[in-house]
Design a protein around this ligand. Structure first.
Ligand code: TGC
Ligand code: FAD
Length: 394
């Protein structure tokens, strides 16, 4: 097992810190300290074994990483979007799978229950999800419908006080350990509805997905519904139509925009340090122009992305951010992080492929992050449609 000491120093080339409040810096510091102490020492081992560190769910709840923007009255943090972004950045600096756990719980499970749920649903589920007592998952993607969720086949039919749920969801983060699932299904009128399915309901199972080369420390699974009898009180009353699950995605994509830059910052920091220590041809490799080019481009792209993310967060705080702006930030961060992870791996030479450093783990994780929550292509088309007015999806 790798025993590397986490020496992370955060790059801040354009002094973005000057624009953060003391509270935001404190929140970032507490998550950074947690990651150094509790995540970095164990995560490589879990990833190598393709295992989910289940014990971190309670820790993340205690730290306030679940639902940071949900009001305190429901167990959330009542924080602003910059604080939320900083938390996701620090978690993904540790591992994309850890950030995934928090993104799904906060943006894809707590957010829809808070925003589209009844008061009884808020009271019943949100405090337990915020504390990490319960873990949740979000089922939108199906075997036949990924980028086009509007085509989903999962169905609910009326049965008195219940609805009967049939169908399946695939590639669902947290599924094997989830106590509840927020599921999207079509009703008899063909309208997309959201409902809360609880573990233990007859006909509901969550088989785990194996053989992933990416997000190995995150649990992924299927949701299978075989005539599941779900009480009508579990339907989210305010969610009728595709824009409701897509609204959750906007929140999660925002977190990914910040998070993936956290992974990039870790790779840059490691590559920079390595380039100053490693000697070849009697020179430190950081003195070679080719390595400087990689490092200079990395810090340039990280800096640009940090500022883009910060601006989108300000717009989120003001209630002015559009889903399309969030798509741009998610896409940009994923592209930047993917490239930086690859370049950092090269700077480390053969050491870059080992678990002694987190670089290849980040690099492999990014292959999921650039795909989920809307693929790289889909986000490009969202921007294309926003600026031209033409729909190039269909
Ligand atoms: P379209 O007709 O464009 O839209 C339907 C309605 O939704 C509205 N809308 C949004 N609303 C809020 N936020 C957004 N991001 C929205 N995007 C669209 C839209 O205005 C419209 O409203 P209305 O009032 O007219 O009804 O729908 P479409 O069927 O043409 O699809 C458009 C498309 C392709 C962009 C969309 O479906 C899409 O984003 N596809 C990608 C699917 C995706 O991202 N899936 C993610 C699954 S969850 C996941 O991956 C979790 S991983 C988490 C982790 O582990 O971290
Ligand atoms: P497809 O939609 O089949 O796309 C295949 C290729 O075709 C892609 O390159 C895509 O860009 C391209 N393409 C598709 N449509 C177009 C078009 N109109 N124009 C041009 N190109 C197009 N989903 C959930 O609901 N909940 C989760 O918790 C969740 N967690 C995930 C965790 C992991 C590790 C992974 C890998 C995925 C997860 N997903 C989850 C699913 C994820 O959201 C989907 O994989 C993603 O939306 C893409 O769908 P797909 O894989 O079916 O690809």
């Amino acid at each position: 097992m790798a025993t590397r000491t986490d020496q992370f120093t955060s790059p801040d080339y354009l002094l973005l810190d000057d624009l953060l409040t003391d509270e935001q810096k404190l929140i970032r510091e507490s998550v950074r300290t947690y990651v150094k102490k509790e995540i970095s020492p164990i995560i490589e081992d879990y990833a190598q074994r393709s295992d989910f560190p289940q014990h971190i769910v309670k820790q993340l709840g205690d730290l306030g990483c679940f639902g940071p923007t949900i009001p305190v009255a429901y167990g959330g943090g009542g924080l602003d979007y910059i604080s939320y972004g900083l938390m996701m950045q620090e978690l993904e600096r540790g591992d994309s799978g850890v950030r995934s756990t928090a993104s799904v719980q906060g943006s894809l499970v707590m957010f829809p229950i808070y925003e589209y749920g009844s008061e009884a649903q808020r009271q019943k589920y949100l405090p337990k999800l915020a504390s990490g007592e319960w873990l949740g998952c979000f089922g939108l993607t199906e075997p036949e419908h990924g980028s086009d969720p509007a085509g989903m086949n999962t169905r609910i039919t009326e049965a008195g006080e219940y609805v009967i749920l049939n169908g399946s969801k695939m590639w669902i983060s947290n599924a094997p350990y989830a106590r509840i699932a927020v599921v999207w299904a079509k009703d008899e009128q063909g309208e997309i509805r959201g409902l809360i399915v609880e573990r233990g309901m007859e006909g509901f199972s969550t088989p785990a997905t194996h053989n992933k080369w990416s997000l190995r420390a995150s649990a992924t699974g299927e949701l299978v519904f075989d005539h599941v009898k779900v009480p009508k009180e579990n339907l989210l009353p305010k969610a009728k139509g595709l824009k409701y699950p897509l609204g959750c995605l906007t929140k999660a994509r925002f977190g990914i925009a910040w998070g993936s830059i956290g992974a990039a910052m870790d790779c840059y920091d490691i590559a920079l340090r390595y380039s100053k220590e490693r000697t070849q041809f009697d020179r430190t490799i950081g003195g070679f122009q080719l390595q400087q080019k990689k490092l200079a481009e990395m810090i340039t792209e990280i800096t640009k992305a940090q500022w883009l993310n910060w601006r989108v967060a300000v717009l989120m705080n003001e209630g002015k951010a559009t889903p399309q702006q969030v798509s741009m930030a998610k896409r940009n961060s994923c592209e930047v992080a993917t490239q930086i992870c690859r370049d950092a791996r090269q700077i480390l030479g053969a050491m870059g492929i080992t678990g002694e450093y987190p670089v290849m783990r980040h690099m492999m994780n990014m292959e999921s992050v650039i795909t989920y929550e809307g693929t790289h292509d889909i986000h490009l088309l969202i921007t294309g449609m926003d600026i031209t007015g033409f729909n190039a999806f269909k």
